[in-house]
Ligand binder design. Structure first.
Ligand code: SAJ
Length: 424
């Protein structure tokens, strides 16, 4: 099948790069979003998210005329739904955006169209939620239009590269839908394209992120055990990973972002009696910010009334995304324990996070600090020279939550140094 026009619904972390890459391949793409500020910024060539290479790609796509940004869904040969699927307070999937996006396609759906859902979703969403909505058009799935699920699997920070290079899974409601999906994504995907059914593709995506969550949970649990036995977890993991069949991930201040900390709950919701390990891993990872906060209080002799320079608010290194960030959780716990926290996030100087006192410069965070806490291992924090920091702060103590700093260098600069599961 040949696709000349495409409408991508949702200009977020996935929709925007995907739309831009398709446009770069000469397909006429309409990128649709409901947020006026985002539309305005994108039309001016300014992405609202930080992702290496995205700004240039967007500008080129707009300049070439292959990408248009719109507040409305428009008729097209194919539609891609790339809207967020967060969860409610009780961890049930919030499918309102997927529902609304599907409904917005209905008036424009034509015979022969292909619709792809990319949003991470609970098993059976494509066939049980999206399909019946699209059929309100009077057209029949499989007969009049094609429908598939194709999960995004790209790593924030490497999105443009992984979009092209990663293998792509396409699960059709029937073979023709999967094959049409392959024809569409072939425009830019250089990795293998694997065809399957829609529900399998949904499961694949959830299994990938859940297995990563469980692997990080065991690393975090090991960090707690190591601390109990006064073992340096980093040394222990380094040695264990020399084993040819062991690959323990990195413990840290917790697991965040809009994928790994969310998606496993979709399996728990769908089958709570079965997904017990999945649930337990989520609870371990969600408990990590509290564990780290308590450790900081223990080594600092309490934080009540103390001033903390907190470095990093993003959910992981070298990205600007502060959604579901364990570093932010950690700030809240330290504040609840009575600390005055000045948080500095170089990738988003003003994230506007409720209850977080964010400063725009490192100097401001450090100026009156009693202790310095590293919450995210951004490269620019790793590169900090302890001797330079020494000149910028009266702080006596440094706490590294992510094993980014060399203990001896900070001690040589006159700081008392502590870290997560590092030997005292
Ligand atoms: N983390 C650790 N220790 C580690 C690795 C990660 O604590 O050893 C933490 C990070 O700091 C972060 C969280 O886990 O808070 C998640 O980070 P991540 O880099 O593991 O994953 P994401 O959320 O950026 O992207 C994941 C990827 N999935 C897998 O690697 C299986 C990506 O390929 C998916 O496309 C993405 O989720 C998604 O959108 O679903």
């Amino acid at each position: 099948m040949k696709f000349e026009t495409l409408c991508v619904i949702g200009m977020g972390y996935i929709g925007l790069p995907t739309a831009s890459v398709f446009a770069g391949k000469g397909i006429h793409v309409t990128g649709m979003d409901t947020n006026g500020a985002i539309i305005e910024g994108l039309r001016a060539g300014k992405p609202h998210i930080f992702e290496p290479g995205l700004g240039e790609l967007l500008l080129e796509a707009l300049r070439s005329g292959h990408l248009e940004i719109s507040s409305e869904v428009v008729p097209a040969d194919a539609f891609i739904i790339a809207v967020p699927t967060p969860f409610y307070d009780d961890k049930r999937a919030d499918m309102r955006a997927v529902t609304a996006a599907s409904e917005s396609i209905v008036p424009h759906l034509r015979r022969g169209n292909l619709v792809i859902l990319e949003s991470t979703s609970p098993p059976r969403t494509t066939v049980d939620l999206v399909l019946p909505i699209l059929e309100k058009s009077g057209l029949k799935a499989g007969q009049d239009f094609l429908l598939a699920y194709s999960p995004e699997r790209v790593l924030p920070g490497r999105i443009l590269q992984e979009l092209v290079d990663n293998p792509r899974v396409i699960g059709g409601i029937d073979a023709a839908s999967a094959e049409a999906g392959r024809d569409l994504y072939r425009a830019f995907v250089q990795g293998d394209i694997i065809l399957t059914d829609a529900t399998t593709a949904e499961m694949v995506k959830l299994m990938e992120n859940t297995s990563r969550d469980i692997n990080i949970a065991i690393a975090n649990e090991f960090s707690r055990l190591a601390q109990t036995f006064d073992v340096d977890i980093w040394e222990a993991i380094g040695i264990a990973n020399l084993h040819p069949r062991v690959d323990i991930l990195r413990p840290g201040v917790g697991v965040g972002g809009h994928c790994i900390s969310v998606d496993p709950w979709f399996l728990v919701e769908a089958a709570p009696e079965i997904a017990r390990l999945v649930r337990m891993a989520r609870l371990v990872n969600d408990g990590q910010p509290v564990f780290v906060a308590e450790h900081i209080q223990a080594v600092a002799g309490g934080v009540e009334g103390k001033t903390i320079a907190f470095l990093g608010l993003a959910f992981k290194p070298n990205v600007d995304d502060v959604r579901e960030s364990p570093a932010v959780e950690l700030v809240h716990h330290l504040q609840a324990a009575g600390a005055r926290v000045y948080a500095y996030e170089p990738f988003k100087a003003q994230a506007g996070i409720p209850g977080v006192n964010q400063v725009a410069h490192l100097e401001e965070a450090l100026a009156e600090a009693d202790l310095v806490v590293l919450g995210v291992g951004h490269d620019r924090f790793k590169a900090l020279d302890p001797l330079v920091v020494r000149e910028m702060t009266p702080a006596a103590l440094v706490y590294d939550g992510v094993n980014a700093w060399e203990k001896s260098a900070w001690e040589a600069a006159g700081f008392e140094f502590f870290g997560l599961a590092r030997k005292l």
